[in-house]
Design a binder for this molecule. Sequence first.
Ligand SMILES: NC(=O)c1ccc[n+]([C@@H]2O[C@H](COP(=O)([O-])OP(=O)(O)OC[C@H]3O[C@@H](n4cnc5c(N)ncnc54)[C@H](OP(=O)(O)O)[C@@H]3O)[C@@H](O)[C@H]2O)c1
Length: 283
Amino acid sequence: MWNLLSILLILSMLRATNSLTALVTGSTDGIGKHTSRRLLQSGYKVLIHGRSQSRVDATISELQRYGEVESFTHDISTVSGCLALTSAVKSSHESLDLLINNAGVFCDTYSLSSCGLETTFAVNVLAPFTITRELLPLLQKTKNSRIINVSSISQNDGPRTISPSTVLNSVFQNRETWNKYATYGISKRLIAMYSLNLSKKFDSPTVMSCDPGTVNTKMLLEGWGPCGIDIKDANNEYDLATKELGEDDHGQYFFGQRVHPDVESVENQEELISLLEELSTKY
Ligand SMILES: NC(=O)c1ccc[n+]([C@@H]2O[C@H](COP(=O)([O-])OP(=O)(O)OC[C@H]3O[C@@H](n4cnc5c(N)ncnc54)[C@H](OP(=O)(O)O)[C@@H]3O)[C@@H](O)[C@H]2O)c1
C-alpha cells in the first residue's frame, strides 16, 4: 500500500515539475544549450531558441531525449526578430515560468545588424529588453517565476563612466573608435543596469543577473582563447534558475566580480530605459 502511495506521490510531483516552462534564448550552443539540457533533466519544458533553423533542429534532436522541447528560430539582432519570437511564444503559451536572456555575441569586427544598429548592442542589450517587455505578462501569470539576465565579469571593461544617452553613438555606433572588448564589456554593464532597474518595478517575477562563469564556448575561444572551464561545468545559470529563492535575490547580481559601480546609478538606469524604449519603437 505504502509503495503505491509513494509512486502516486512521486508521479504527481513529476507532473507538477513538468508543468514548468522555460525560454532560454540562444540555446543552440554553449552555456544556453547546457543550461537547457539541465533544465530538461530536472523536468522543465524548454523552448529552444536560435537564429539558424539547422542549428535549432540539431539542438532539438540532441536534447529531446531529456524532455519536452519546442523550437523557435528568430534572429534577435533586430526588434522585428525579437517581436516575431515573442509573438510565437505568446501564441502557443499562456504563461511562462522562466526566461533566461542568455543569447549574446562578442563581435570581432564592427558590424551593423540588418536594422542598422551595432550588432553587439542590438543582441546583448536591446534584444533582452524587448523580449522581456513582451513576455512579462506571461511571467506574471505564474508563481515564483524568474527572469535571468546574463551579464559578465567583462562589464568592468571599457571606459569607467558612461552615460547611456551618449553611449550608443560614442561607443557602439562609432566605427572610428569602436573597440571589441570595450563594446562587449559595456553591453554587459548595460544589461546588468537594466536588470537592476527592472527589479524595482515589481515584486514578481524575481529578476536576477549573473556572470555565467568563464566557459570555453565558441564565444570565449574566439574572443579570449581557451581560458575557461568546460561547458559541462557551466552551471551558474541553471543554479540560479532552480535555487530556492531568498528575500534578497530580487535584483541581485550573482557570481564573479562585483557589479560595476555605474550599474547602481539610478540616473543611468532611467536614461538607459528611456533610450531602449525609444530604440525599440524606432528600429
Ligand atoms: N563563455 C563565457 O566565458 C562567457 C562569460 C561571460 C558571459 N557570457 C555570456 O553568456 C551567454 C552565452 O554565451 P556563450 O559563451 O554560451 O556563447 P555561444 O556559445 O557563442 O552561444 C551563444 C548563443 O546565442 C545565439 N545567438 C547569437 N546571436 C544571436 C542572434 N542574433 N539571434 C539569435 N540567437 C543568437 C547563438 O546562436 P548560434 O548557435 O547560431 O551561434 C548561440 O546559441 C552570452 O550572453 C555571453 O555574453 C559568456
